[in-house]
Design a protein around this ligand. Structure first.
Ligand SMILES: [Zn+2]
Ligand SMILES: [Zn+2]
Length: 162
């Protein structure tokens, strides 16, 4: 009986330590990635995984990127840390919402953008990470403008428009 009582505080302290370690470990394993422009002065550091990750084939995204489709990951605003100087280009999308694209005025790369009515998220063009280990996109939109040779993975959610 005596020895059992003496063991109790030890077990309790053990549990607290374990939870603290768990939280510390969680911090360590949270992924941090940095997207940057070509010259490197404009950067977006993101923590954690994207909440939405899509491919867009629309004409505007083709013109913005110079590629035939755009790939962007949306992160909660609080998960994004921005550095450097950017210039904003604003355009209105098909849903009538203003999209604010921020690009580097030295090299021209768009590093992030924010859509009206979705201000809680920051979208990052995924090429900015230049990281082939980045997870795969899950949604493909505006496929009506897709170039015929472009093939999206079968498991993606695909839409003709937004
Ligand atoms: Zn730049
Ligand atoms: Zn688009």
């Amino acid at each position: 009986m005596q020895s059992k009582n003496r063991d109790m505080p030890t077990i309790f302290v053990g549990l607290i330590t374990c939870r603290r370690l768990e939280r510390f470990h969680q911090k360590l394993i949270t992924t941090t990635r940095t997207a940057s422009c070509n010259c490197g002065q404009l950067r977006a550091e993101v923590t954690g995984e994207p909440v939405r990750f899509s491919v867009c084939h629309c004409d505007e995204c083709q013109r913005r990127t110079g590629s035939v489709f755009a790939v962007q990951a949306r992160f909660p605003r609080e998960a994004v840390h921005l550095k450097g100087e950017g210039t904003e280009f604003v355009r209105t999308n098909d849903e009538g919402a203003k999209c604010r694209f921020t690009f580097c005025s030295t090299c021209g790369s768009t590093v992030f953008y924010v859509e009206e009515r979705r201000e809680e998220h920051i979208a990052i063009p995924v090429g900015g990470f230049a990281d082939p280990t980045f997870p795969s996109p899950t949604v493909s939109v505006y496929e009506e403008s897709s170039h015929p040779w472009v093939a999206m993975p079968a498991e993606m959610v695909r839409r003709l428009q937004a």
